[in-house]
Write a protein that binds this ligand. Structure first.
Ligand code: SAM
Ligand code: DTB
Ligand code: SF4
Length: 340
């Protein structure tokens, strides 16, 4: 090799490294280091988004987004102290405690969600962990929603092995259980259960053969290093969660984090992009927080590799964009609903 061509090769490699074009083979990795993740976060924005979109296009149709609708089947009065949550009994947020909904009422809502274009129905309960008799009712809900031809997801808190098996046998497709933040920051947000408790439930769900939905929340006053740590925990699991919701904190008055300074929306987009690159086969969900996000930031999230959202005017207790706003956004972006 002549000196001239060696220099040229080096220049090309340097260019690739600087512009974030390396490491884009088809390997699904589970050995990410903090430094590598932090380096992704620090890339120039355009390089990061280009890399994320390139990874995204290898496995997904870039113009399809999966749509789920949420319902709170058991609202409020929760014994946990999650600092972000309007449903914790520890904070005065104006959310009233309600009983578990009746199966038929849930199925009526699921039908409306299906008519509204959702392909998955996600049912959430404000429990630390369900009672065994609650599982009977939730299993009926799962069977009923599946009979409508929709996928099912539930989020009920910590589970025992037996409860997990019963949900699986009822045909549950996904279980949502978020790690919420980094292991280091977790203690600032929740004191009534540990990070390991969360990981144990996720392990049970995985072992039972139910698809895992797990992600977290940003904008709770954590440092970028905590966002790095959160994604490291998710991506270094033996199998990546099939669904990774990235929530922007919805600030609810009365919760301990209600006065947090807003996170730079571009940092939110970066978090989505890094999640996409680290977990190339997972669905990355642009989850809570869309109501106060501009259309332009949402468009950047889709460009960064988000390919799943919640549709319908409500999340669990807080607002989500109205259908006509979403329809208009998807029309303008040429985004279609991902078929089942
Ligand atoms: N109680 C169960 C649990 O905590 O696992 C299930 C329901 S809980 C409301 C589901 C998830 O919603 C939480 O883990 C959290 O990530 C998310 N969440 C709750 N309040 C939020 C908020 N104000 N902003 C963003 N995400 C929130
Ligand atoms: C997830 O990651 N986000 C959803 C779902 N999984 C259960 C919940 C968001 C809740 C936002 C606050 C509320 O509406 O109460
Ligand atoms: Fe309860 Fe779940 Fe809210 Fe925590 S996030 S307070 S466990 S409903």
């Amino acid at each position: 090799m002549t000196l001239e061509s060696a220099t040229h090769t080096e220049t090309v490699e340097n260019h690739a490294a600087i512009h974030g074009e390396t490491g884009q083979d088809d390997t699904v990795r589970h050995d990410w280091s903090r430094d590598e993740i932090a380096a992704l976060f620090s890339l120039p924005f355009n390089d990061l988004i280009f890399q994320a979109q390139t990874v995204h296009r290898r496995r997904f149709d870039p113009n399809q987004v999966q749509m789920s609708t949420l319902l709170s089947i058991k609202t409020g009065g929760c014994s946990e102290d999650c600092a972000y949550c309007p449903q914790s009994a520890a904070y005065d947020t104006g959310v009233k405690a309600e009983k578990l909904m009746a199966v038929q009422a849930v199925l009526a809502e699921a039908r409306r969600a299906k008519d509204g274009g959702a392909t998955r129905y996600c049912m959430g309960a404000a429990w630390r962990s369900p009672k065994d008799r609650d599982i009977d009712t939730v299993c009926e809900m799962i069977e009923g929603v599946r009979a409508l031809g929709m996928e099912t997801c539930v989020t009920l808190g910590m589970l025992t092995d037996n409860q997990t098996a019963r949900l699986r046998d009822a045909g549950l497709d996904y279980y949502n259980h978020n790690i919420d933040t980094s292991e280091e920051y977790y203690g600032e947000i929740i004191t009534t259960r540990t990070y390991q408790d969360r990981l144990d439930t996720l392990g049970r769900v995985r072992d039972a053969g139910i698809h895992v939905c797990s992600g977290g929340i940003v904008g709770m006053g954590e440092a970028r290093d905590d966002r790095v740590g959160m994604l490291k925990t998710l991506a270094n699991m033996p199998k990546h969660p099939e669904s990774v919701p990235i929530n922007m904190l919805v600030k609810v008055e009365g919760t301990p984090v209600d006065d947090q300074a807003a996170l730079d929306p571009l940092e939110f987009v970066r978090t989505i992009a890094v999640a996409r690159i680290m977990m190339p086969e997972s669905m990355v969900r642009l989850s809570a927080g869309r109501e106060t996000m501009s259309d332009e930031i949402q468009a950047l999230c889709f460009l960064a590799g988000a390919n799943s959202i919640f549709v319908g005017p409500k999340l669990l207790t807080t607002d989500n964009p109205e259908r006509d706003r979403d329809d208009s956004l998807f029309d303008r972006l040429g985004i279609e609903s991902m078929p089942l």
